[in-house]
Structures are given as C-alpha cells and as structure tokens.
Write a protein that binds this ligand. Structure first.
Ligand SMILES: Cc1ncc(COP(=O)(O)O)c(C=O)c1O
Length: 384
C-alpha cells in the first residue's frame, strides 16, 4: 500500500469524548448551571427525572441511579442478602468488578467460561459451575452474566438454568446499556440489570455513575434504602446495613442531556461497526452479532493469532491508530481471584481469547476518513 492511502498519521483518539462534548455544547453547560443555581447537589430533582428517563428508555418498571456500576452490582447483591457460604456464578472473561462485589460480601464467585463467538457466558459452563459448587458444599444463589463489549448475553439460556435452580439473575450490563436482546432493550426479563456511566461507557457521565433497572417493586424499595445507609422511614430509622451509593445531581443533569442523543449515537456505532466488518471480514476474525441482537459496540474486538498481536498493535500505533486489549488476563489468572473455584471443564475459551483479542477505535464520532485510516492500517498490518 502506498503512503497516499494513509496520508494522516496524527494519532486518532480511541474514544472521542471531546467530539461528543462539542456536539452537546450549551445543553450540558446549561443543565449543570441549573444544578449550580438550585444547589440540591445530592438527590436533586434531576436524579428522579433521570431515573424516569432511564426506565422509560429500557421499558423497565424502575430505575435506581447510584454512584458507580460497581455499586449497582453491590446494592443488588446486598438486597439479595448474599454472604459467606453462598456462591454466585460469573464469567472469568470480564472486568474485575463483576466478581469483586461477590467477594466483598464474603460469598464465593465461581468463575465460568465464555462462548467463543460472543465472548459471553457459556450456558454449558454455567451448568459445570453448578457442579463445582455442589462438590464444594456451596449454595449457589445467583448468576451474574455480563453483556460484554456492548452485546447481550444468551439470556434465554441463562433464564432456563436460573429457573431450574431457583437462582436470581443480576445482569452486568455495565458495557451494554441500550443493547437489544430479541426485541427488548436490556433492563427487563431478569431479577435486576446493573449498568455503569463511567465516561468511556456507551452512555457515560463526567465522573462515576451507575444504575440498576428492575421490574420488581420489593427489590427497588430495598435498593432505595440500601443506597442511603439502609434508611427506613426517615434518616434516623436505619433498618439495614447500607452504603452511601447515590449519583450526584450534576451527573444526573449531564446524563439527561446525553440520553437525548444516545439513540443517534447507537445508530452511528452500528454503522461504523458494519463498515469495519464489511471491510475487514475477509482478512481477520471480526465480531459476530447473533440475529435479533443489537450491540451498542462498547468495543469493536477482532481476533488474531497470539504471536501476531504485539506486532499488529505496534504497526497500528505507528500509523497513529490506538488499540486496546480487553482482557489480557481473565480473572482466574489475576492475583486476587486465583483462589476462587472455576467451573468443571476449565476455562479454555477465556484462556484463548485473552491471547487473541484486540479492540479497534470505536465511538460515534469516528468520521469516514478516520474509519478509512483504521481499515487501511489493519489491512496493511495483516499483510506484513
Ligand atoms: C463488565 C463491567 N462490570 C462492572 C464495571 C464497573 O463499573 P464502574 O467502573 O462504573 O464501577 C465495569 C466498568 O468498567 C465493567 O466493564
């Protein structure tokens, strides 16, 4: 390929929050200014307005905002009264927060394998995880599937196992708010769905934030209490042990504005992913989206032979194209999680993926010339 095909070498951003900021412009400034004027920085009116908007967006009965995606997971597990002797099944190919919340409460995460094509929890490995728990004398209480990289997990298969075993399902949709599974947005059809508004997430705020979505009236009441120190009828009636887990009003104001443009951003991400896949599908293993699913493309992740990955990343970097590896080590290979049990049959797919995956720049503001640069650089690096 000659140099004319890649005229620009100025580094591209991996995620371009500044471009989104330019688009939002005054709307966000004014939303924040309104909070500065009314001074209700904690649990101000924007918090309940955002909760109504989030629930409506997902078609869920309730949304509860909170301080982070990790808190969203933790609050639900606290509401389920998880503790020592209990086990929760979760994938090993994920960010640590998925299993961290289980361990924080003194329960045991049992790490299971993922599916080769979707990178999401493999129902067969969930059954093997149940067998592991039985042998260890642990009581499995629930499953935390993860909708990795913006794509929903196989929720029907998970629901079947949960139904057979009487388990709750806490969906970790930290990377997948807005994703569609068989005609419905994530946020319904499970006990509860947790999501994150960390700035780099598909729907992010300007700091930390998260939310729980649920259709369960009893659960939402407990979560509201747990979010404010286990509060009962009033501040001095503490009925359970809780946390300070609220979302700041300023972040809620930001998210209300960002949610307005989110459907358009999801469409843009899907156009870019389709373009990448069309241009690269014949030269490298590109992500597959099963029929009936819509991804929100938190990451666009391709797979390479492990021995080629470093030189590929270096070749792209030389062209100003950043890449990222999510995740170079599955949880069971990380120091803090090595002590936890793994599903019978082992975790071979996660082991393999950790060596092969690499993510390309993906955000709604990646314009056509930048897409061309990424595509050309990938093709050139693969030829080398
Ligand atoms: C799969 C997954 N779960 C949970 C979290 C935790 O979210 P937060 O960083 O908002 O606590 C993340 C965030 O990176 C995540 O990717």
């Amino acid at each position: 390929m000659n140099q004319h095909a890649l005229p620009e070498t100025a580094p591209l951003p991996f995620i371009d929050l500044a471009a989104q900021r330019r688009r939002l412009g005054q709307a966000v400034d004014e939303a924040v200014a309104r909070v500065m004027a009314h001074c209700q920085f904690v649990m101000g009116p924007e918090v309940s307005a955002l909760e109504r908007d989030l629930a409506a967006f997902c078609g869920a009965k309730h949304a509860l905002t909170c301080a982070s995606g990790t808190d969203a997971l933790l609050l639900v597990l606290m509401a389920q009264e998880i503790g020592p002797g209990d086990a929760v099944l979760c994938p090993t190919f994920t960010f640590c927060a998925t299993a961290e919340v289980v361990a924080l409460l003194g329960a045991t995460p049992i790490l299971v394998d993922v599916d080769e094509e979707t990178f999401n929890v493999d129902p067969r490995s969930l059954r093997q995880g149940l067998a592991t728990a039985r042998k260890l004398g642990l009581k499995v209480r629930g499953i935390i599937p993860v909708d990795l990289f913006g794509l929903a997990a196989d929720h029907d298969a998970i629901a079947e196992i949960a139904g057979d075993e009487g388990l709750f399902v806490l969906d970790d949709a930290a990377q997948s708010f807005g994703a569609v599974y068989k005609g419905r947005r994530l946020g319904t059809g499970v006990t509860a769905t947790a999501t994150s508004f960390f700035p780099a997430k598909p729907l992010g705020c300007y700091g930390d934030g998260g939310a729980v979505l649920t259709d369960d009236d009893g659960l939402i009441e407990k979560l509201r209490s747990l979010r404010v120190h286990g509060q009962g009828k009033d501040k001095y009636d503490t009925v359970r042990i809780g946390v300070t887990g609220r979302l700041d009003t300023i972040q809620a104001a930001v998210l209300i504005e960002k949610l307005r443009i989110f459907p358009d951003e999801i469409a843009a991400r899907n156009r870019i992913a389709a373009r990448y896949s069309e241009a690269l599908g014949s030269v490298v293993k590109v992500p597959r989206v099963p029929d009936g699913y819509t991804s929100v493309w938190a990451q666009y992740t391709i797979r390479l032979a492990p021995e080629k990955r470093d030189s590929f990343a270096a070749a792209l970097k030389a062209q100003g194209i950043p890449t990222a590896i999510y995740y170079p080590k599955p949880l069971h290979r990380q120091t803090a999680y090595q002590r936890f049990p793994v599903a019978e049959g082992g975790l071979p797919v996660s082991e393999r993926l950790a060596g092969e995956v690499i993510s390309l720049p993906m955000h709604p503001y990646l314009d056509a010339p930048s897409q061309d640069r990424v595509i050309a650089a990938v093709r050139q690096a693969l030829k080398a």
